[in-house]
Ligand binder design. Structure first.
Ligand SMILES: C[S@@+](CC[C@H](N)C(=O)[O-])C[C@H]1O[C@@H](n2cnc3c(N)ncnc32)[C@H](O)[C@@H]1O
Length: 318
């Protein structure tokens, strides 16, 4: 797909040329790849002339594999959530950076390993923890009450049959395997083989987002990026569904001054806030060619903007 040889990688990077164009890395600059994965973006940043790349991933397997996937002395790999990037960069004396990329969601490496429990296509234990720590999907499904499971399926999977599926899960406990969960969901949602979209997709997405607190991480990651970028620094974020894209869109709108920062509940409070981002680009979707070659790219959307010299929200509030 790119001249970086990324098509041989265990994860085909999505919108990589567009991300690199948005990051506009000049020779020798320092960039953060907040979601290292299989290193597709990192490799492109390094071939684009970055002097130093800090790669974050919360998944210890990604960090372990990354050392041989991208054996480049300009790369430092850190197992940490991207929401912590500004703190970690400061602690390591790296300071503010020139460019930050986030590629939200799971990698093909995570999906393809049945033992990680992210996929309903191959049977494995119900795990789904990106960082391999915290509550597993099985622990959640076997202990939460029906209303809580239904809320997760509705809020994070936009599942119209959330109640019926939650009831079926509770009735079938203990639920331990991905194959078992997929069968329960299909039965409860009235799925027939050959039907276009498998309802298990929505349930698996919802549980994964909940367990890994993915939407909170995204919100906090955007704020961390605001604190970690130099004036003139570039931010590029790729998302894969509307729940995530809405968060990025709202953040950039608000931080670029396109919407007042007053609260929804107290709309009369409208402090004039100096924008922390400018030149917010129109969202970019993958070309038809990329979508044909990589079906996973179909729903991807890139948003990008440039950091101004205004103090971050946190600095302003201190
Ligand atoms: C879509 S993949 C990134 C793929 C990468 N751009 C590439 O080209 O190989 C997302 C990666 O981000 C990691 N990740 C997800 N949420 C994270 C978070 N909050 N902090 C750090 N890493 C995260 C996942 O573990 C996964 O490896």
């Amino acid at each position: 797909m790119t001249s970086t040889g990324a098509n041989k990688a265990p994860h085909v990077p999505v919108l990589v040329n567009e991300v690199i164009a948005a990051l506009a890395i000049h020779g020798g600059e320092t960039a953060v790849d907040g979601t290292f994965g299989a290193g597709g973006y990192t490799r492109a940043m390094l071939s684009g002339g970055a002097g130093r790349v800090i790669g974050f991933d919360r998944d210890p397997d990604a960090i372990e594999a990354g050392r041989s996937l991208v054996p480049d002395p300009r790369l430092e790999l850190i197992q940490e959530n991207f929401s912590q990037m500004d703190r970690v960069l400061a602690e390591r004396g790296i300071g503010l950076v020139d460019a930050i990329a986030l590629d939200i969601g799971v990698s093909s490496m995570q999906i393809d390993r049945a033992e990680r429990g992210f996929s309903f296509q191959a049977d494995g234990p119900l795990d789904m923890r990106m960082s391999r720590s915290g509550l597993t999907a099985a622990e959640f499904l076997n202990s939460a009450d029906e209303a809580e499971i239904a809320r997760v399926l509705r809020d994070y999977g936009e599942e119209p049959r959330a109640r019926a599926i939650a009831r079926a899960i509770v009735a079938a406990r203990p639920v331990e395997r991905t194959g078992q969960l997929a069968a329960i969901v299909r039965r409860a949602a009235g799925f027939r083989p050959g039907q276009k979209s498998d309802p298990a997709t929505r349930t698996f997405q919802a549980i994964r987002i909940h367990l890994n607190a993915e939407l909170d991480e995204l919100e906090q990651g955007l704020e961390a990026a605001e604190r970690a970028l130099k004036p003139g620094g570039r931010l590029a974020v790729v998302t894969f569904h509307s729940l995530e894209d809405r968060i990025v869109k709202r953040f950039l709108r608000e931080r670029s001054g396109s919407t007042p920062a007053g609260s929804r509940h107290r709309p009369e409070i409208r402090e004039p806030i100096e924008p922390t981002f400018e030149r917010v680009a129109k969202p970019v979707s993958p070309s038809e060619r990329e979508q044909a070659v990589n079906p996973r790219a179909r729903s991807a959307r890139l948003r990008s903007a440039i950091r101004t010299s205004a103090p971050s929200r946190k600095e302003r509030l201190q």
